[in-house]
Design a protein around this ligand. Sequence first.
Ligand code: BG6
Ligand code: MG
Length: 214
Amino acid sequence: MKAGAGIFDLDGVLVDTARFHYLAWNELAAELGFEFTMVHNERLKGVSRMDSLEILLEIGNIQLSAGEKNLMAERKNSRYLQYVDAMTEQDILPGVITFLQKMRESGKRIALGSVSKNARIILQRTGMIGFFDAIVDGTLISKAKPHPEVFLTGAGLMNLPPEACVVFEDAVAGIEAAHRAGMKCVGVGDASILNQADLIISGFHGILPEHIPL
Ligand code: BG6
Ligand code: MG
């Protein structure tokens, strides 16, 4: 890595919680009487909880009052938290810990850039929280990705200019957010979906910071 810092998305990059978000939304959609597929789910990645619900309701062509929407969002979150409650360090994606350790050893800074309000609980449960110089989550920002606020806030907390940071993302909205923040972005996941990233890796397994030419 040439950059002095990495800003990591959480869900789907460091832990497999993107799957739990999908399962929780999928169960809600089933109750509402329509099918919510993994293809639909790509549109929800990096998007805030309420915006995700709006997209879900649009897919199911369902109208709800503001009060009903709040209840739905709460229900989704309690289901999601049932999955999160069972998480341990075993749920950290392969290669992540080694990658973060090597970054630390080479003096790179590490920040979290997630729009999730549950990010700190997950970092604590998985024992990763000690790696981070700065944590930006959904409680600190008001605009979800693709807005660059989450990443610009992360750079600000580390006292670094945007160009000193590389973002790691599994969401299309997250790649756009990184570019709008003036940062290079490594897409983590499926190359056919993340084709706007500056570099794509399928995951961190076998990947070290020196393999990232950004
Ligand atoms: C993002 C996920 O990290 O967090 C989205 O990619 C999710 O799918 C968003 O909707 C908000 O998460 P939470 O935990 O605050 O509902
Ligand atoms: Mg993600």
